[in-house]
Design a protein around this ligand. Sequence first.
Ligand SMILES: [Zn+2]
Length: 81
Amino acid sequence: MDCEHAHLRVYEYLDGELTVWKRQAITRHLDECPPCAQGFTFEIDLRRVIVSKCHEDVPSELKIRIAVALGIAEQADPASE
Ligand SMILES: [Zn+2]
């Protein structure tokens, strides 16, 4: 697995969408590739913050901005809500 694939798979890994052996492939890459491991740790920490903050009363606008910044959501159209 190369870095580009690792980056793409990290999101699926975090979402629990990968099979066991795919998770192992990522884990192995992260063991051998400190830059990727660093980015991966950042993603995990960031998601942990988001999850914990979502239990509090966070403005939905902020959640959307975070999601957009993470590239996991398009900018929401206010008219569609
Ligand atoms: Zn890498």
